[in-house]
Design a protein around this ligand. Structure first.
Ligand code: AMP
Ligand code: MG
Length: 401
């Protein structure tokens, strides 16, 4: 049997980064920059007022106080966006708004609160030092400066800065595009009535959610019956649009294992079927379909999602350059005694209490108990060589929060 680490390496090698591309700002959020970004303009672009008030020469209002105010004629009105920028003559004031361009000749702004606010002649009750309330061109960013770096995740502030610099695109590592195929003749879409023997199909919506949560895109989520022709038709239809194909079901040891049947059980048709020493998630497969990587997950919902967490999520995130490919690993004190199968790495669902530093196993280990996973917040990571764990032991957990 293959170890979890060995299979992780196989999956890591299978999933490759897409070539860098430029993308619109709105699509760039959460992606990783493929290149440094330099400012093409300065910020602020021009000297402008930091306050609503009056642009003046500081020398004209020296000594102004409430008791001995200075009165100046208001020669111009400069709202934000005015593009014909007048010059301030000595002995006059211009009414000016926040963000409006400073008139040449002005050396300070007096806030409206320190005046009577009139528009013909203004009475000023406060002196100002030179430069007061002026935002200088380039004091935030000088043109030519590298403002964003390759490898950084695009955040709201980063797209805001790019837009402020007049950029409408960013160079990014594109999202991986993932095709999610569910297999099983027993599966019925949620919302339709069930016949005896049928169950609701839950893996495609669940794995698609996990793909998006990992930061990747979902191409489509078709579900097929255990019919090789149907399965092949879905691959034909979608595989070329995907960077990765994930299937669930049809890889166990029984009959009607559509994924195994489609690729040949002896691994001669592009997919290797292997057993990984883990619980849940032992039957796994990896390979390529017409060049596109494919990972075949077991069908039990808990196995499928645990397998995604252990193998696919970190590889997808690494291929997108995301800095935190792995879930945070923590150590927690186990609240009860547990057993684990010898020779298999067990990933139980758990509830981690960060305040107490404890973890409680959540639900039975068998892989059809999805209900417990839905209220778990971590995976317990129990080594192959451990069979008994006493209450109070320190245990490694993967923090899913
Ligand atoms: P398989 O790996 O195809 O043998 O499936 C193992 C178990 O998982 C069976 O009980 C299936 O009914 C169940 N299963 C497989 N695929 C899905 C799915 N997409 N949604 C819900 N249950 C599934
Ligand atoms: Mg099946």
């Amino acid at each position: 049997m293959r170890s979890v680490e060995e299979h992780q390496r196989v999956v890591d090698e299978l999933i490759a980064a897409r070539p860098a591309a430029t993308t619109g700002l709105a699509e760039a959020e959460h992606l990783v920059l493929a290149d440094n970004v330099a400012a093409t303009v300065s910020l602020p672009v021009f000297d402008n007022s930091a306050m609503d008030g009056y642009a003046v020469r500081a020398a004209d209002i020296v000594g102004a106080t409430a008791e001995s105010p200075v009165t100046l004629p208001v020669a111009e009105d400069i709202p934000a966006g005015r593009t014909d920028i007048p010059t301030l003559e000595a002995g006059t004031a211009h009414r000016i708004m926040t963000g409006a361009p400073m008139p040449p000749g002005a050396t300070a702004v007096v806030p409206v609160e320190a005046t009577d606010g009139r528009t013909d002649v203004v009475t000023i009750r406060e002196a100002a030092d030179e430069g007061r309330h002026i935002r200088r061109a380039g004091e935030d960013v000088a043109a030519g400066t590298t403002v964003l770096r390759a490898g950084q995740v695009v955040t709201p502030a980063a797209v805001g800065l790019a837009a402020a610099l007049g950029l409408h695109e960013l160079p990014v590592i594109p999202r991986q595009r993932v095709l999610v195929i569910s297999t099983g003749s027993e599966l019925v879409s949620p919302g339709s009535p069930l016949q005896p023997g049928q169950i609701y199909e839950s893996n495609s919506i669940m794995l698609a959610a996990a793909v998006r949560d990992a930061g990747a895109d979902v191409v489509a989520t078709p579900a097929v019956s255990d019919d090789v022709a149907q399965f092949a038709a879905v691959l034909d239809r979608y595989a070329a649009e995907a960077d990765l194909i994930i299937t669930s079901g049809g890889v166990s040891a029984g009959a009607y294992e559509v994924v195994k049947d489609a690729f040949g059980r002896d691994g001669d048709q592009g997919v290797d079927f292997v057993k990984v020493a883990m619980q849940p998630g032992m039957p796994q497969g990896t390979g390529r379909v017409a060049g596109t990587p494919i990972i075949t997950l077991p069908g039990n919902p808990v196995s499928a999602l645990v397998s995604f967490e252990v193998f696919i999520r970190p590889a997808l995130r690494a291929a997108m350059g995301l800095p935190d490919a792995h879930r945070p690993r923590r150590s927690a004190v186990l609240t009860e005694a547990l057993t684990s199968p010898r020779g298999k790495r067990q990933f139980r669902r758990g509830v981690f209490d960060p305040g107490a530093g404890t973890v409680t196993s959540w639900g039975p280990p068998a892989s059809h108990h999805l209900r417990w996973f839905a209220s778990a917040n971590c995976l317990l990571d129990i080594s192959e060589d451990v069979e008994q764990i006493a209450a109070g032991s320190e245990l490694r957990i993967w923090d899913l929060r």
